[in-house]
Design a protein around this ligand. Structure first.
Ligand code: ZN
Length: 395
């Protein structure tokens, strides 16, 4: 049956070319008035595609614009993210704005960071702290009863859109969402990682969403919310993160919060690594040496940091990947930022290699290889911890 396939292909290309046209129009617009013209039409089409589950049209257009018109790509990406994470709904004769919110927590532990279901009393406590310190007073909120790891979050725009709708309905009904975790992928274990609470907030249309929308008196009200949530929200998170050091970040709209967490997790994991090596080996930071190298595939993909003991500099005992984010490239001063952080932690011997390393991984276990001070690529080889029964990878 060829006809339906041809039919659907021409429909795909029609949506893709329409999306491109609107996004380019918005990118090249010369006035707020013209912006509004393009935006309203682009929003309608994006909402339609999200509602129909047409992920492919969205990602195909984004891919094409990425090469042909970067500014139009950014306009479309902003629109798709915003429509995936926010909707308008009517409930009992009143219009509501609904926003999907992520609540990131940076954590590290020698013994694995849990990704647990959340018991009702903890969920209640978290909700009370969110309402008390972060959300606007009129906001209704629903939480998912699960602490997500990054690889368990909704992957696609259409999945995100569906969650916004379902969780938004829960918020208006005054319920939370019980997640069926049987299908949940097993999460990777890292020394340091991010966990997320997911919430939807519903407010009467065009009214404040967050605490910092409500007060024009105190200029730093976002900062106040951050501090309060860190303290009070942190207390409510404690039962979920036993055996971990952790730091709650400011809750925000889903995509913005996830992006900020990716950024903040880089310095956090560097500091966590130094703290881990100190306690695991009973050493001081000045006994460590760190080599930083740029790792390339087609282009610069990431930096990797190899940690060694100064008395045995050829062996890499621990490694950290510093991923590039957004439009970062070799012109971003990541090496300067990493070096400053390491010095702040008390590490004095830092080698920054200039030459490009290949993006290599261990053939046996898939772990990244890290540079030592001589610029050799090494598998990490952690010395035996006297009192530890932690399994080691041997090959
Ligand atoms: Zn290996």
């Amino acid at each position: 049956m060829k006809r339906p396939r041809f039919g659907s292909r021409s429909r795909v290309s029609r949506d893709v070319s329409q999306l491109s046209w609107l996004a380019v129009g918005l990118a090249e617009s010369g006035s707020k008035l013209e912006d509004a013209f393009w935006e309203s039409r682009l929003a309608l089409l994006v909402e339609q595609l999200l509602a129909d589950g047409d992920e492919e049209e969205l990602t195909t257009t984004l891919d094409r614009l990425y090469d042909s018109h970067p500014q139009a790509h950014d306009e479309l990406a902003d629109m798709v993210e915003s429509r995936a994470e926010s909707i308008r709904v009517s409930h009992q004769g009143q219009d509501y704005d609904v926003l999907l919110v992520a609540v990131p927590v940076l954590a590290w532990s020698r013994f694995g960071i849990p990704a647990p279901s959340i018991p009702a009393d903890t969920l209640g406590a978290l909700k009370a702290q969110l309402c008390g310190h972060v959300l606007a007073s009129q906001a209704r909120v629903a939480l998912v009863d699960f602490l997500f790891s990054p690889d368990q979050l909704p992957r696609s725009y259409t999945d995100t859109h569906r969650l916004t709708q379902d969780l938004g309905r829960c918020a208006l009904a005054g319920q939370d969402m019980a997640l069926d975790t049987r299908e949940m992928p097993e999460t990777n274990r890292f020394l340091s990682d991010t966990r997320y609470l997911l919430a939807a907030i519903a407010v009467p249309r065009n009214t404040p969403l967050f605490y910092w929308h409500e007060s024009h008196e105190s200029e730093g009200s976002r900062e106040v919310a951050r501090q309060q949530w860190r303290q009070q929200g942190g207390g409510a998170l404690e039962p979920l993160l036993a055996g971990c050091a952790f730091e709650p970040l400011l809750p925000d709209a889903y995509h913005a919060a996830c992006r900020q967490a990716d950024k903040d997790s880089r310095p956090y994991s560097l500091k966590a690594s130094v703290a881990f090596l100190q306690t695991a080996l009973g050493i001081t930071p000045d006994q460590l040496k760190v080599a930083i190298g740029p790792f390339h595939d087609q282009r610069l993909e990431e930096y990797r940091l190899g940690f060694s003991l100064r008395e045995r500099p050829e062996t890499v005992i621990h490694g950290v990947v510093w991923a590039l984010l957004g439009d970062e490239d070799e012109n971003t001063d990541a090496v300067g930022e990493m070096s400053a952080l390491l010095r702040e932690c008390g590490i004095t011997e830092i080698v920054a290699h200039d030459h490009r390393f290949p993006l290599e991984f261990c053939d046996d276990c898939g772990a990244p290889l890290y540079p030592n001070g001589e610029g050799e690529l090494m598998h990490t080889d952690m010395p035996e911890e006297p009192a530890s029964h932690a399994p080691r990878v041997l090959h």
